[in-house]
Ligand binder design. Structure first.
Ligand SMILES: *[C@@H]1O[C@H](CO)[C@@H](O)[C@H](O)[C@H]1NC(C)=O
Ligand SMILES: *[C@@H]1O[C@H](CO)[C@@H](O)[C@H](O)[C@H]1NC(C)=O
Ligand SMILES: *[C@@H]1O[C@H](CO)[C@@H](O)[C@H](O)[C@H]1NC(C)=O
Length: 303
């Protein structure tokens, strides 16, 4: 059968015309550029890679409007961080890009311009926010890359500057010793533009004191544990995510993606968030009050 050129065109046109166009940022003048994520042993993979994949995609397709955007992967040390509960357990590792101390030391030196002095200094800031002791190790800090032998090696790079958006995941590790992670969040929080926690990551923000007197939510299956870490927090029992000021807390694991889309909607525009969701073939939950999981996990006050 002979198919005319016109018939072919007619068959194709409705699809090409109907294809969604990449929408512009509704606020393109001041988008956050510097993102950070915190890793600790036994973190929940989806808490990290769910939000990050949305942000990866955003920065890929809007690369011309997000020039200079960076992502730092922070951890206590530069050792690969596993999702597994124990060393030999089932899971996978992610390689951090910067250790907490190195970031804080380089930031402090950038702030006070003092590159000499003792090896150790303690900051007794009058506002009581930062009470960590940092090692003035060096101006440089490590960034990992693969060496010729395929093994990670260290190289130096420019100072990391401030973090605009910090993502804090949850996971079984939040029930272990989180002293270093809590101190890190406490130290960086005063300078961040936004902080997003996923799942039990809220327990670290709570222990850092930054959720006091604020609305927040967390994983409904871990409700009792997280509440015990933040008696002064106004925990919301029925919420997919909660925003209070510049803090976004999301419910359990997968909710981190809906919270991140909501964050993208807030900062870059809802058209942008929906375009990303359609591209990733993700069914967004856009109602932050829709949450069947509180009742499923018997959370007091859940509706
Ligand atoms: C753009 O974003 C910045 C930073 O979040 C904010 O201060 C400003 O009000 C926004 N402008 C518009 C037009 O939304
Ligand atoms: C970025 O690229 C898109 C698509 O090529 C274009 O429509 C848009 O005008 C560009 N924006 C800037 C700020 O260059
Ligand atoms: C916190 O939640 C309460 C009760 O739902 C609400 O009235 C209040 O506006 C919320 N505060 C903020 C800052 O969102």
């Amino acid at each position: 059968m002979h198919v005319s050129r016109f018939a072919l065109l007619a068959a194709v046109l409705p699809f090409t015309l109907g294809e969604p166009k990449q929408p512009p940022f509704s606020n393109s003048t001041e988008v956050p550029l510097h993102f950070g994520v915190v890793l600790f042993p036994h973190f929940q993979a989806l808490d990290v890679y769910g939000p990050l994949d949305i942000l990866n995609f955003l920065h890929m397709i809007y690369s011309n409007q997000t020039k200079g955007a960076t992502l730092q992967v922070f951890s206590k040390t530069m050792d690969p961080v596993s999702t597994a509960m124990m060393a030999s357990g089932f899971g996978e590792s992610t390689v951090p890009m910067m250790a907490f101390d190195d970031y804080l030391a380089s930031r402090n030196m950038t702030a006070d311009g003092d590159q000499s002095g003792s090896d150790t200094e303690s900051c007794d800031c009058s506002d009581g926010h930062v009470d960590h002791t940092v090692k003035k190790r060096a101006m440089r800090f490590g960034t990992r890359h693969e060496g010729d032998d395929g093994m990670p090696s260290m190289s130096t790079t420019t100072a990391p500057g401030k973090i605009d958006v910090l993502i804090f995941p949850g996971g079984g590790g939040t029930r272990k010793d989180m002293t270093a992670e809590i101190a890190f969040v406490k130290a960086v929080y005063p300078d961040v533009q936004y902080i997003i926690s996923v799942c039990t990551g809220a327990s670290i923000l709570a222990r850092a004191g930054i959720l006091d007197n604020r609305n927040a939510t967390t994983n409904k299956k871990a409700w009792e544990f997280v509440l015990s870490t933040g008696p002064k927090v106004k925990w919301v029992p029925t919420a997919r995510w909660v925003t209070d000021g510049n803090i976004w807390t999301t419910s359990g694991i997968a909710a981190g993606q809906d919270g991140t889309f909501a964050f993208v909607s807030h900062v870059y525009g809802d058209d942008v968030a929906q375009y990303l969701a359609d591209s990733l073939e993700y069914n967004r939950m856009t109602d932050q009050h829709f949450d069947p999981f509180g009742k499923i996990w018997d959370v007091p006050g859940a509706t």
